[in-house]
Design a protein around this ligand. Sequence first.
Ligand code: ADP
Length: 174
Amino acid sequence: MAKRFVRAVFPGSFDPITNGHLDVIHRGIKLFDELIVAVGNSPSKDLLFTLAERVEMIKPLVKDIPGVSVQSYDCLTVEYAASVGATAMLRGLRNLTDVQYEFQLAMTNRAVAGIETVFVMTSEQYGFTSSTMIREIARLGGNVSNLIPQEVFEKLQKRLAEIGTKQERDNCIE
Ligand code: ADP
């Protein structure tokens, strides 16, 4: 039987991309012929970076991984996946809270669009890393340089300086 070509999408907000996301990408591409990191618009989230900025941030980080590319989309994730001919969605799991949420999402996506979701578990060291947490810690002046790539850290510092953060204030008392 001829080998089937499997294209998958890895959808998310990636605001910003973290070492945890990159870990999922490296594990995921071993399972598929092609993997598209799909950056969603997510207007309901309190985002730091624009869609275009998030895409441009990811591109250099995956350019040397064969089979991996980056795209943005602004519609229902399953519609986007179908439009690029993807037959699977990749998602990362960190803990049981993720399992509960992702289970519901995967069941819904399968019910409405017939698309399968493939999960990979992150490395232990990234089990607590989330973009939301990184945005919050960085906004309060904490050091997140171990959790995100250096280039992303620099862009995050720059963005926070532009919008003004606690880092520029002298102490913790309001
Ligand atoms: P969303 O906006 O859909 O929550 P995210 O950009 O936060 O998107 O995450 C995209 C995917 O990456 C989700 O499946 C999420 O569970 C997974 N993910 C995020 N951070 C990590 C991590 N540290 N380890 C493993 N998976 C992760």
